[in-house]
Design a protein around this ligand. Structure first.
Ligand code: FAD
Length: 389
């Protein structure tokens, strides 16, 4: 049995694990963070240049939580001296009277977050890149933007290391023995003990807590990149984050030109179920054609995709996160099931995990993220389909 007992072992150093590592390191705890891959890897869910950060949600509790998440990202920028958060504003497009626009308006109103309703002329004046006809709901929200995802993860990890956290890469956890006072984490070559274990293992979470049979489904997601001829008019100061609920109930989203890759556009969800270690990592040509066709009508200047990538969602049936204590072991905490919209919350989830480790509870409202919540009725895509049917 190893003699050293860490305060906390964190399994998984992606978006959530890196943030938890940072917050726990800030508290002065003795931490070990383990990841099966090297930092910056592209096998999980947190790689790439950008992830949308936004207040607008059809569920009000997310909008409320975002207030602290934004603050935490800004604190990290300040502490590290790095730019991580880029604000471009956003437009939400959808058919007049669509259910999604109604619910996000309600959430924003309840949270006191300002937004504007535009007509087609206002959109054309401000963002002539969009080609909009017919009767549409157009909602502008000025605080939306994107996070430099890779840099957020590496910043959390580097800042944590400076504070004394030990981060061990290329180390897969094969098993957790939690039926003892001090849980033990087994890797192929070693075992480590800690008073608390935080599991932030993304798509691999179910393998580590098989006994819980968590309702997690891993899906293949794809994103397309575009390089318009006039790159200037797609920079974050000239082009917004956008989302659209199409008449086919698809949820499209896109971001301004950023980094090497250009303008990123994708369809949220609807990916096929795969295993996290599946070799099916090539983009599908039908998907790319579908996105090109959508953009030909909506933002013709973008042209055709020149590059596409695959990433994983770990989805719960209601698309709400799982943030909870292991039901049979108070020393194990789980944060998983971020259902394709978790990155913006990493800064907050890190803080919540830290509070739960140190105090056994958090002041934030995470009641919707309990493991044993009643069987949910489905996420946004399900709800959109219901509205349309
Ligand atoms: C295409 C795409 C677009 C997205 N867009 C957005 C967006 O615009 N806005 C937004 O907010 N969110 C977005 N998301 C969602 C967001 O990126 C994820 O919710 C978030 O990154 C999940 O982070 P995670 O830490 O749970 O998982 P990961 O980042 O995958 O981290 C899990 C880590 O655990 C490690 N691990 C797993 N098992 C073990 C083990 N046994 N031993 C050691 N290490 C282990 C893995 O190697 C990995 O590094 C998007 C996701 C995708 C795929």
């Amino acid at each position: 049995m190893p003699s050293h007992i860490y305060d906390t072992i964190i399994i998984g150093a992606g978006g959530m694990g890196s943030a938890a590592t940072y917050h726990l390191a800030k508290s002065g705890a003795d931490i070990l963070t383990l990841d099966q891959f090297q930092r910056g890897h592209t096998h999980g869910s947190s790689h790439g240049d950008n992830r949308i950060i936004r207040f607008f949600y059809d569920k009000h509790f997310y909008t409320e939580l975002m207030k602290t998440a934004y603050d935490e990202w800004r604190s990290l920028e300040q502490a590290s001296g790095r730019s991580l958060l880029y604000i471009s504003g956003s437009v939400n497009l959808g058919e007049k009277g669509n259910q999604y626009a109604q619910t996000i308006r309600r959430s924003l109103d309840m949270a006191g977050v300002e937004y504007e309703e535009w007509d087609k002329l206002q959109l054309r004046e401000r963002f002539p890149q969009f080609n909009v006809s017919g009767n549409m709901d157009i909602l502008w929200q000025q605080d939306t933007g994107f996070l430099h995802a890779n840099k957020c993860v590496s910043t959390h990890l580097q800042m944590a290391e400076k504070l004394g956290a030990r981060i061990q890469e290329n180390t897969e956890v094969t098993r957790i023995d939690w039926q003892v006072d001090i849980p033990t984490v087994y890797t192929k070559e070693n075992k480590f003990r800690a008073r608390k274990i935080v599991i932030t293992a993304g798509a691999w979470t179910s393998y580590l807590v098989r006994e819980l049979d968590l309702p997690l489904t891993v899906t293949k997601q794809q994103v397309c990149y575009y390089r318009p001829t006039d790159t200037e008019s797609f920079q974050p100061n000239r082009f917004p984050v956008f989302t659209e609920v199409t008449s086919e109930s698809e949820f499209m989203y896109g971001m301004p030109y950023f980094g090497e890759k250009g303008v990123k556009v994708a369809r949220h969800g609807m990916g096929k179920t795969i295993l996290p270690d599946s070799s099916d990592r090539s983009p599908d040509s039908e998907y790319i054609d579908h996105m090109d066709k959508y953009l030909m009508a909506r933002i013709p200047e973008l042209g055709k995709a020149y590059h596409a990538e695959v990433c994983l969602y770990t989805e719960t049936p209601d698309e709400d996160f799982i943030i909870d204590v292991h039901p049979h072991c108070p020393n194990i905490l789980i944060a998983a099931g971020f259902s394709g919209h978790g990155f913006k919350f990493c800064s907050l989830v890190g803080r919540i995990m830290c509070e739960m480790v140190l105090n056994g509870r958090t002041a934030f409202n995470i009641s919707h993220f309990r493991i044993g919540r009643p069987k949910p009725s489905g996420g946004i895509l399900y709800r959109l389909q219901k509205v349309n049917n």
